[in-house]
Design a protein around this ligand. Structure first.
Ligand code: 4NP
Length: 154
């Protein structure tokens, strides 16, 4: 059965597009049949491409995310996706507050899928430097690999 996973951060231009790309690569590697998307809780960047620093770190790691466009998460996403994966604790709280009564999605934090890092956030690199994007990349990759492995075991 086809699974579906949505990654959610604040702006959908830095962390969640990276998580989407890293998870897509890992899912392909494991042969998982999964629909993958990302969104933001905020509305400032709707329709925008990823932050150029996020696109650059993805490219340094072999993935082109320049074609992605930001969108805002909606209540409908809770009916459409099996898993909604938040990048930080505030995103998780905002998602929990907007969950509709008939929403089926299982909510988690991305780093819940990394043993020993449960409950931790992927720090927002938006106001940081290039090095913060490398850290975000390392973390989303670990989370994406942990989640993909877990879903492959089901
Ligand atoms: P993201 O980063 O949530 O990882 O996409 C941010 C992008 C934009 C803003 C904040 C965080 N902003 O305030 O516009």
């Amino acid at each position: 059965m086809r699974l579906s996973v949505l990654f959610v951060c604040l702006g959908n231009i830095c962390r969640s597009p990276l998580a989407e790309a890293a998870f897509r690569a890992e899912a392909e590697r494991l042969g998982l049949d999964v629909e993958i998307d990302s969104a933001g809780t905020g509305d400032w960047h709707i329709g925008h491409p990823p932050d150029r620093r996020a696109a650059a770190v993805a490219l340094r790691n072999g993935l082109d995310i320049s074609g992605l466009r930001a969108r805002q998460v909606s209540a409908e996403d809770f009916r459409r996706f099996d898993h909604i994966v938040a990048l930080d604790v505030q995103n998780l709280a905002d998602l929990a507050a907007m969950r509709p009564a008939d929403g089926k999605a299982e909510l988690s934090l991305l780093l819940d899928h990394v043993p020993g890092r449960e409950g931790e956030a992927v720090a927002d690199p938006y106001y940081g430097e290039d090095a913060h994007f490398d850290i975000a990349w390392t973390e989303v990759t670990a989370g994406a690999q942990g989640l993909a492995r877990r879903l492959a075991e089901r």
